[in-house]
Design a protein around this ligand. Structure first.
Ligand code: ADP
Length: 305
């Protein structure tokens, strides 16, 4: 496997804001690589640099051996870029948008139809509908089709599932998975931690810094926390009660439960007795299996305090 995206020591500031701080990432051919981080972490800035729309303050970004600053003209035809915000023309119909993007790259929509056919088949039911009148999920499918229209070897997708309903999100990831058989290297960013598991490898980013890079499985396996689920009829008092215990390192809402990170001195029976002493009855505490979100919280814990 060869490295097709190489980001070396990249920093970027906007005035006094350091959006990216010495970022290093390398992505291999055919990989689905996820950039995972909350709003403001620096994801879009990195995508704009890769899409040759911004220039780094320092460091370098190369794709397919071409430099994003020196070789930007050549690179633009080799990448498909789907920006975070809806980038299509809302007044143009689905087919007009596709034809427009195809003409920009000097191809016909028929040339690469095999690539977009599985995605386009869902859009072709209403070819004349203006893009602005599509649902969020459909808009993203059209944007993906437009980004693929020239069959780029590298696809840059900046938060493609933000604001999209859960079913469409899942469908979108299925589509990305199916694109891999065409050998396309995909860099996708998301703030939804659960989507990390759909990637071959991920990098977690926060405040412009890469926190870790590896397969999601290895990252979760390395999460060495003493982790528990906690529930009680009064979740608010449960949270306050657990947070007041010195043997609790951290306690946060996790779906319908709380996740509790304990020191080695944390024992669920003792914790339950302490909670009962505070009048918090009916609680249950049982071991939890850590996921990517727990890892992110762990890696950013010191920043939050
Ligand atoms: P993300 O995509 O992860 O939400 P961004 O790359 O958009 O992160 O933003 C990273 C940081 O840079 C944030 O603090 C954001 O407010 C700031 N930022 C982004 N674009 C600009 C800009 N054009 N001017 C000033 N600050 C910006």
């Amino acid at each position: 496997m060869s490295v097709v995206v190489d980001i070396k020591d990249v920093s970027k500031t906007y005035g006094s804001i350091r959006a990216l701080d010495k970022v290093n990432i390398s992505v291999e051919e055919g990989e689905m690589f996820g950039l995972i981080g909350p709003d403001g972490a620096g994801k879009s800035t990195l995508y704009r640099l890769l899409a040759t729309l911004l220039v780094p303050d320092s460091g370098s970004l190369t794709m397919l051996g071409l430099d994003t600053v020196k070789d930007y003209r050549k690179l633009r035809s080799l990448i498909g870029y789907m920006p975070e915000r809806f980038s299509l023309y809302p007044d143009l119909s689905i087919s007009e948008n596709l034809n427009f993007f195809a003409s920009l790259f000097g191809v016909s929509t028929k040339d690469n139809y095999d690539l977009i056919a599985p995605i386009f088949s869902q859009l072709s039911r209403f070819p004349n509908r203006p893009a602005g009148k599509l649902s969020g999920g459909m808009k993203q499918k059209l944007a993906l089709s437009c980004a693929l229209i020239h069959r780029p070897p590298i696809l840059l997708l900046d938060e493609p599932t933000t604001g999209v309903d859960a079913v469409s999100r899942s469908e979108f990831w299925d589509m990305l998975a199916s694109l891999r058989k065409h050998g396309i290297t995909i860099l996708v960013s998301t703030s939804y931690m659960d989507e990390a598991t759909r990637c071959d490898r991920i990098a977690m980013i926060d405040h412009g810094k890469i926190l870790c890079t590896d397969t999601p499985e290895r990252l979760v396996a390395g999460l060495d926390e003493n982790l528990y689920n906690a529930v009680a009829p009064d979740m608010f008092r449960l949270l306050a009660g657990l947070r007041s215990m010195p043997e609790v390192i951290d306690c946060y809402t996790f779906g319908a439960t709380l996740h509790v990170v304990g020191t080695n001195d944390f024992h669920s029976e003792e914790a339950l007795a302490k909670l009962a002493g505070q009048g918090i009855d009916g609680a249950d505490i049982y071991p939890a299996k850590g996921v990517i979100e727990d890892l992110f919280i762990k890696l950013t814990r010191n920043d939050q305090r």
